[in-house]
Design a protein around this ligand. Structure first.
Ligand code: NDP
Ligand code: GDR
Length: 357
């Protein structure tokens, strides 16, 4: 395929979990992929190292630009340079607990940042050329209004993160209606993988289970283990993002598995996967997970991980995505947990071997 026939995509948040999987998918489909990456004092490109292309090579298909969602002129320049057919706006301060500590920054990056990108498209006259995907979230549902949650379920955000994402959701709908832009919201329920950030609960658990198994850590401290989440595999969810932008008409879609699991259950599975069988005793903040074999406490509650306002239950209904996009999740939450634990064991064992060598 010659360069000029290739589709061009711009992915913000390309160094994150979803950005890495999406970049892989788009490259496999022959796209030229531009990515926005933040300047950082240490490497933040670990997840995309395997697809990184030396800028000295000819026929560049993977091009990184320094940028930030809080910098309008930078975004305009990058959109102008890339002239993308599709923009995937994945960049965000994406940690719900952290958004209570940094609410203003979160609003700026996750809320106004989306507006900046949409305006960049308009300022450059690309409304009819550039399709837009917005990383909306099941956190918009917040305080339970209806179960399962679907596209028509009312929103009730419960964090600065969710409130910022609510603004983004509606500004995307507004630009679609006001300017005829092909702009879609993917309302994605939690999706995880071995590339998941280490401070999100699933990865924190699978890393801790592996580390405890290998004698590198004694205990796992967690917050609210009663919370329930609809967890799917990130690799499958980025395919849904792409499908949304291939439709004739832009629209908003829920991507979910339709199954919900308690954090406590996920912990039990992860420990089981490293051969530690847990017994839960006590209630509230005094609840503890004991290793049945040794009687040692390996899981404890630390209230510092509680959120001022919590989202207790997420369970999505992906029927619309199934019917209109032909999208369906494949990996069960049980298999997802196993895959993450196995990867973490592998990474830690390799690190130990390297250190010893
Ligand atoms: P990650 O936290 O793994 O990645 C976030 C990305 O955004 C990183 O590349 C990060 O860069 C970048 N970023 C953060 N702040 C800025 C900024 N100010 N300017 C430019 N880039 C920035 O998130 P995920 O990959 O898990 O999620 C992708 C998107 O989907 C996010 O918007 C998230 O809110 C949303 N979402 C995620 C769900 C999930 O379950 N994973 C579910 C629903 C929605 P750096 O690497 O430098 O930190
Ligand atoms: P969430 O994911 O808030 O759903 O947002 P996270 O994994 O952080 O929390 C899930 C649930 O687990 C509870 N929890 C803990 N969470 C963390 N991080 N650390 C702990 O120690 C801990 N103990 C219990 C939380 O209280 C919560 O109920 C993710 C992000 O990816 C968002 O960007 C995205 O929009 C939503 O998923 C859908």
């Amino acid at each position: 395929m010659s360069n000029d026939k290739r589709k061009v995509a711009l992915v913000t948040g390309i160094t994150g979990q979803d950005g890495a999987y999406l970049a892989e998918l788009l490259l496999s489909k022959g796209y030229i992929v531009h990515g926005l990456k933040r300047r950082s004092s240490s490497f933040n490109t670990g997840r995309i190292e395997h697809i990184y292309q030396d800028p000295h090579e000819k026929d560049q298909r993977f091009i990184l630009h320094y940028g930030d969602m809080t910098d309008s002129t930078n975004l305009i320049r990058i959109v102008q340079e890339a002239q993308p057919d599709e923009i995937y706006n994945l960049a965000a301060q994406s940690h719900v607990r952290v958004s209570f500590e940094t609410p203003e920054y979160t609003a700026n990056a996750d809320g106004i940042g989306t507006l900046r990108l949409l305006e960049a498209i308009r300022i450059l006259g690309l409304e009819k050329k550039t399709r837009f995907y917005q990383a909306s979230t099941s956190e918009l549902y917040g305080l339970v209004q209806e179960v399962p949650q679907r596209e028509t379920t009312p929103f009730y955000p419960r964090s600065p993160y969710a409130a910022a994402k609510l603004y983004s959701y509606w500004i995307v709908v507004n630009y679609r209606e006001a300017y005829g832009m092909h702009a879609s919201n993917g309302i994605l329920f939690n999706h995880e993988s071995p590339l998941r950030g280490e401070t999100f609960v699933t990865r924190k658990i699978t890393r801790a289970a592996a580390a405890i198994r290998l004698g590198k850590q004694d205990k796992l401290y967690v917050g609210n283990i009663d919370a329930k989440r609809d967890w799917g595999h990130a690799r499958e969810y980025v395919r849904g993002m792409w499908l949304m932008l291939q439709q004739d008409k832009a629209d908003d879609y829920v991507l979910a598995t339709g199954e919900t699991t308690e954090v406590r259950q996920f912990i039990t599975w992860a420990f089981e996967d490293v051969g530690i069988h847990l017994e839960w005793k006590g209630t509230g903040v005094d609840e503890k997970g004991y290793d049945q074999l040794t009687g040692k406490v390996v899981v404890e509650i630390d209230p510092r991980y509680f959120r001022p306002t919590e989202v207790d239950l997420l369970l999505g209904d992906p029927t619309k995505a199934q019917e209109k996009l032909g999208w369906k999740h494949e990996t069960s939450v049980r298999d997802l947990c196993r895959e993450m634990v196995n990867e973490d064991l592998k990474v830690m064992q390799t690190a130990t071997v390297m250190k010893e060598a």
